[in-house]
Design a protein around this ligand. Structure first.
Ligand code: ADP
Ligand code: MG
Ligand code: MG
Length: 254
């Protein structure tokens, strides 16, 4: 099944074109990594997928499981099975992580026409998912993200993903300065949650993340487009040679 199909996508931020004809196809069971120099539009792409209001799609196609994404409100995108880690990074004092997760989870069930889980059943479910991230249960009674360390925020992200079981998860790790522990948390979580029915797009600066997560495809993005697609070896190659040769080979000005 094709989960995400992006064709010739163009998008503006404040009237400035940032995405300039992006093409990408993601099928179920696949893990894709998107790498590329700073400012190439990677985060813009994830914001466009999320439906962030500052980002305007000006052309091309953005299809998620046969549905035109640009027709969907941001909340509906999440409920229909797209997970973007940064949708939930905010700190919410006074709201426990457990309550927050239950609301997000039930909102998705409602969207699918399923009955909501009561607090008791949800608690049971969340206990199972805690194992995936090796998280202590005390974590659930704390306020959402308040005072969480970088690693704890990462764990929480993966916990959210484990609960929501998205069809497509997009993790933009570019600016988060992952330390080695956080890298391992993210990669363990991703490796456990990846299955034949879902797909993952990992946006990263770090070749070393790909030592832990085996991507099926590695894409190099620059100037608002994907200029080259390869396998894991491509990530090693850009680590060694940098990005300029990719741009040159694609006829882009370096
Ligand atoms: P990457 O994630 O690949 O580093 P970004 O998508 O963050 O790249 O940025 C791509 C370009 O878009 C940059 O030139 C950046 O300055 C610009 N840009 C991104 N977001 C905004 C914004 N909200 N307002 C103005 N310019 C933006
Ligand atoms: Mg950046
Ligand atoms: Mg970025």
């Amino acid at each position: 099944e094709v989960i995400l199909s992006v064709k010739n996508l163009t998008a503006d931020v404040d009237g400035t074109p940032i995405l300039k004809g992006l093409n990408l196809e993601v099928k179920s069971g696949e893990v894709h990594a998107i790498m590329g120099p700073n400012g190439s539009g990677k985060s813009t792409f994830s914001k466009v997928l999320a439906g962030h209001p500052d980002y305007e799609v000006t052309g091309g196609e953005l299809i998620f499981r046969g549905e035109d994404l640009s027709e969907l409100e941001p909340e509906d995108r999440a409920r229909s099975g797209i997970f973007l880690a940064f949708q939930y990074p905010l700190e919410i004092p006074g709201v426990s992580n457990l309550d927050f997760l239950r609301v997000a989870y039930n909102s998705k069930r409602k969207h699918l026409g399923e009955e909501e889980l009561d607090a008791f059943d949800f608690d049971e479910l969340v206990q199972q998912k805690l194992d995936v991230v090796k998280m202590d249960a005390s974590f659930l009674s704390r306020s959402v993200n308040e005072g969480f360390s970088g690693g704890e925020k990462k764990r929480n992200e993966i916990l959210q993903m484990a609960l929501l079981e998205p069809k497509l998860a997009i993790l933009d790790e570019t600016d988060s300065g992952l330390d080695i522990d956080a890298l391992k948390i993210v990669s363990n979580g991703v490796n456990q949650l990846s299955n034949p029915d879902n797909a993952l797009v990992l946006i990263t600066h770090y070749q070393r993340l790909l030592n832990y997560i085996e991507p099926d495809y590695v894409h190099i993005m620059a100037n608002g487009r994907i200029l080259r697609t390869g396998t894991k070896e491509l990530a090693l190659e850009v680590e060694e040679r940098g990005y300029d040769w990719v741009l040159e080979a694609a006829g882009e000005v370096v």
